[in-house]
Structures are given as structure tokens and as C-alpha cells.
Design a protein around this ligand. Sequence first.
Ligand code: SF4
Ligand code: SF4
Length: 459
Amino acid sequence: MAKHITSATWSKRLSKAVRRPVGGVHPDDQKAAQAVATETLPLPAQVKLAVTSVTPAGCRLLVRPGDLVAVGQPVASPVDLMSVPVHASVSGRVLSVDEATNLNGQRCPVVVIASDGRQTQWEQLQVPAVTDFASFRQAVRASGVVGLGGAGFPAFFKLGSAPGQSIDLLVANGSECEPYSASDARDMLENGAEIIAGIRAVLDYAQIGQAIIGIEGNKPDAIRHLSELAAADERIRVRVLPRRYPQGGEKQLVYAVSGRRIAGGALPSAAGALVMNVSSLAAIAVYLKTGQPLTQRRITVTGPAFDRPRNLMVPVGTPVSQILTYVGGLHGAAASLIQGGPMMGRLVEDYEAGTLKQTNLLLGLTAAQTQKQAEQACIRCGLCAEVCPMSLQPSEMNQLVLLGRYQEAADRYYMKDCIECGCCSYICPAYRLLTQSFVYGKQQLKLAQRQATQGGQAQ
Ligand code: SF4
Ligand code: SF4
């Protein structure tokens, strides 16, 4: 089934050096958690499962308060073309199913389950029967796996709808370029065989000829381990990347490992590439082997506001407060908790919210680290444009957003291509809130588009 490529072809491809990423910055990577083995969090008393879907109301709820559920049982199933099921991560009784705000600040149904402490597995769990691309894609969807590097986009949807067409390169994303984050690095060390199995499954069923695992050079143990494991399959190679943020962005990663450029607004498939996170690939392999869907994941809990870095295996939906209690809490009354890294993460406002499938990092920062500097006037230094990985003009876009000229910022300066990486804000000597202004500007454009659509439908 797999398209095998010759060693000569590989040698030719590997002779090409890794491309230096366009733009980007070098924040202190703070990867102490990479050296810490994963421990299992004691079972929480309850979990809060956010039923998020790609489209509004894209999932149908399958449980009601009072229902008994087992681990791996679906509590919500997709009704649109893009969403994935949500599975119970503990066995026990459903306490409530209400609309609430999830850890990402989105309103959605949340299923609260009180654990019975037994972790009984759902009796209908079974190894999926996978024989071809269609059944493989269906299995990946049934696994509930999403982009576990933080993006949260359904993994099955990235596979496309037909094998062997335009994609000839799978890029396994092990770059984990955000400072402090370490869950992928631990997965590469602790679940390397599953990652390779997931890569091989995608290559076989999607009929893709080659895979490159992109890993930043600050993970030497993971590079060594995966290189050893990959040696058994000539289709798979590890490529060591220079440390650079945001190396893990899809466009940046595909360019770094293959030299293929992806135009603004286009997907990696336009360059013949499919990008999947290494932990997502491992979770897919586990489902194919055992029938166990995604009900738990590794979360790195680290930062100066904690006593030491940790990696915890946590049931999806565990309230953040239970994790904080286990690790001894944040030090300092004014400390802040960020979900995700310091560049792209967001402040956790509700410690009772449950973790999401894509929650990979809880970062505790001290009051001094989160102190805001007053914005000053732009000094036209050009640094923001220099570091922008999308080759945008952040200072110009910022001026237009502040004037409410969002469409002009999009038309003249391609604001919609902004990946919200935070590099421009990080580098700006005038402390201008550049990234925040683009997030806001893009929201305003979406709002205007929705209003125009609704207005058109009403006529
Ligand atoms: S980095 Fe800041 S000060 Fe420099 S040009 Fe950009 S917005 Fe202006
Ligand atoms: S946040 Fe947007 S504009 Fe700023 S550097 Fe990143 S991609 Fe460029």
C-alpha cells in the first residue's frame, strides 16, 4: 500500500540543508520540564468535558444528568462534517449538562461527570477494523484526536478526503517551539514507538511516500530516540531544526524541513504537505491498536510561580483547581496562570474550568513577569516587520486597526494572514500591543462578514 522511495532519492532530499526560518525570535526557551518524567495525577473527583465543535452546534449530546457512563463512552457525537466525538474520561454519573465558558473562554455545552473512582472501561470499546483510507479516516475521527500541540483542530479532517492525490510529504511536528512547553518532548521520549506507528499508519493509508519529523535542536534525547526508532523505515527521517519561535507554525515548519513555501491563506496541502503533531500521531496509533479514544493527555505544569516543573497525565476535563492543589498551588498572591506558552497562551480566568484536549501547558508566572508596560508611540524602528514570520507590516496594520479601518488593514497589508504568534509584540521597544490589535481587527472583520451574510439572508 505504501509508496516506497529509493535510498538514492532520500540522499538527494537529505542533502538539502534545513532552511533558516523567515523572521521569528529567540525567547529564552526555559525547557526544564523536558527532563522530568511524567507522573499520573490522582483521579479527580469530577471532570468537566467541554463539548466544542468546529461549527456551531456541530455535536449532539448523548447523555443527560443522572446517566451512568464509563471511560471511553461518547458523551457527544459530531453532526457536522468536521467535528469529533467527546468521550467520558472517568467512569461515574453525569451531574449536569449546561452551557458554560470553557478554558479557552468559549461558550459551549459542558458535561460534568462525578467520578466513581473505578475507571470502568466502556464495554463497547473495540479495536477499529481499518482496511483502507476511508475506514482509517473514520477511525481517526472516532478516536476524538485533535491537534494536541495546542491547536485543537480535528486530526481526521487534515487527512483530506482521498488518498494518494496531491500530498507526498507528512511532516510530524515535534518542534514545540513555545518557551516552557515540554509535553511533546516527553511524548517523544516516553511514547516514541507509538509516534512512529502513527506516522506509518498515515503513510500507509493516505498513500504518502515520506515523512519528516521536525524537532528543534534543544531536544537532543528526543532526536536520538526517534532517530533510532525511525531507522527501521526508510520512509521516515528526523530533521533537526534550529531553535526559533515560531518554528511550529505549519507554514514555517514545512518551509524549514522541505524548502516548500506556502502562500498566505493557503494550507500545507497546497505545497503537497500534511502537518500533524507528534502527540496526535501517537494518540491515533493507540486508538488503532487498542480502541481506546483520547480521554487523557500529558500536561506540563511549570514556570517560576511553581515550586518545580512537572509533567502530569491528566483525564481530559480535569478542573484546573485540582491540578493546582496537587502541585502545591501558585506561589505569590499576584501570580498568574497561563494556558499555553508565554507567546500565544491565554490567561486562565476560571480555575474551576476543565482542561481541554489541546491543553498542553499550564504556566505559572510571577506578578513581575506579567507586569504590563505602558504603550508608547511607535518609533518606526522596523523591528516588528523584521521578525514577522509572515512578512507582514505590523506597525502599519496597527495604525489602521486603531483607526477602525480593518478592511484596509486586510486588503493593503494582509492582516488576515497574521498567525497571532506574538513576535511583533515581543520585540517592540515601544511596548505596543500589536498582536492584540490584530486579534481584535480580525474579530471585527469576521463580525462584519457575519452581519453582511445575515443581512443578505434577511432580504
Ligand atoms: S517594533 Fe514597535 S516601535 Fe518599532 S516599528 Fe514596530 S510598532 Fe513601531
Ligand atoms: S503576530 Fe502577526 S503580525 Fe505579529 S509577528 Fe506574528 S504573524 Fe506577524
